[in-house]
Design a protein around this ligand. Structure first.
Ligand code: ATP
Length: 361
């Protein structure tokens, strides 16, 4: 049975439509991230599941039960908010105990349960400290331990790692996934960080403008996004305007703006169709023949060099070369660029143009 279901859910704040026609199922034990640009409605969505906000339309079900009118404390969820909210006057053990105390468990469990979760996040030795004596990362871990200690099967995490610096964030990502998978919990995790979403999720739900654009496993969303917006938002990509000249079962041939013809995946489009090609930087290579381009910049990135080239078609293409081979060409050189047929995905050219279709609004 799906643990969480949203059916036709919309939420309006006056004239602002924060959620629109949301249909979402989260299976028992699934780790789902809600990803999308700032203001797209992620927090609104998770707050409706938590019971902090009521939908304007539609239904939220948890464990098959309609949540209409059910307050947050009766929804059996663990919740970690965007800003860490530990009780400043309670020490770590007391902070983590808050859940079990509220739930009225036995005397023994009141101590053993919080201790177990503090141990899980490697902070048992800090249990008598107060929040002010802990780093942001440690406080975040305690907030997570508190949510876990509540005994809830469903964890709602709203940007749980956003306040932390990059290194701590990376460590905590792996811990989050490991701990919640070990405990068999269902997790809904809101983030605007696509790398975070790729690392922790079984499934990513990508939102834009209050709507769900697309959802799938991290690999599906990266390798075969259905929407141009997804191709551009998840990972990096090069987008080229073109027109289909040959459409076969094995490949699509597309003429780009300088008249060159390039290969792409089979697509079902017809000759004459206006399309956009999406090719990831790691799939683009400097070759002996292919699209003519001029190297505009080369940036040392540590393990690779990021090259920006301007094609004769006026498309800007970015690609990477390994550092030992960095001397192959220089800024200003004429080069040829290409990719294997399977590396280019084909999308219908959006009527409003590429920029409009991928805009983060
Ligand atoms: P961020 O990543 O920046 O936190 P988000 O994707 O979580 O953004 P929401 O916080 O859900 O986005 O907001 C969605 C839209 O609804 C925004 O336009 C926001 O301004 C608006 N909104 C959210 N809460 C309210 C409110 N209480 N009153 C009015 N408008 C609101």
């Amino acid at each position: 049975m799906p643990l969480v279901e949203m059916k036709g859910v919309s939420k309006r704040f006056g004239k602002v439509v924060a959620s629109s026609g949301i249909d979402l199922r989260i299976e028992d034990g699934e780790y789902v991230t809600i990803l999308g640009p700032s203001g797209c409605g992620k927090t609104t969505l998770i707050r409706m599941i938590a019971g902090i906000l009521e939908p304007s339309e539609g239904k939220v079900l948890i464990g098959g039960r309609d949540m209409d009118g059910v307050p947050i404390e009766e929804r059996d969820i663990g919740y970690v908010f965007q800003n860490i909210a530990l009780f400043p006057h309670l020490n770590m053990l007391e902070n983590v105990s808050y859940g079990p105390i509220v739930k009225d468990v036995s005397e023994e469990e009141r101590v053993s349960v919080p201790r177990r979760y503090l141990e899980l996040v490697n902070l048992l030795d800090r249990m008598s400290m107060f929040p002010s004596a802990l780093s942001g990362g440690e406080q975040q871990k305690v907030a997570l331990a508190r949510a876990l200690a509540s005994g809830a099967r469903l964890l709602l995490l709203d940007e749980p790692l956003s306040a932390l610096d990059a290194r701590v964030r990376m460590d905590l990502r792996y811990e989050l996934r490991r701990i919640t998978k070990d405990l068999g919990l269902t997790v809904l995790h809101v983030t605007h960080d696509q790398e975070e979403a790729m690392t922790v999720s079984d499934r990513i739900v990508l939102m834009r403008n209050g709507r769900i654009m697309e959802s799938g496993s991290p690999e599906q969303m990266y390798r075969a996004p259905k929407e141009l917006f997804t191709a551009n938002f998840i990972g990096e990509t090069n987008l080229l305007d073109g027109v289909v000249v040959v459409s076969g079962d094995d490949r699509t041939l597309v003429e780009v703006r300088d008249g060159s013809v390039v290969e792409a995946q089979p697509s079902g489009f017809e000759p004459g169709d206006a399309v956009v090609l999406s090719v990831r930087p790691e799939r683009v290579h400097a070759l002996n023949e292919g699209l003519k381009a001029v190297v505009r910049s080369m940036s040392f990135m540590g393990t690779y060099i990021r090259v920006t080239a301007e094609a004769d078609s006026e498309d800007i293409l970015e690609f990477d070369i390994p550092v030992p081979r960095g001397g192959d060409f220089n800024v200003g050189d004429n080069i040829h660029l290409g990719w294997s047929m399977g590396s280019a995905l084909v999308y219908q050219r959006p009527p409003g143009g590429i920029a409009e279709a991928v805009k983060l609004e």
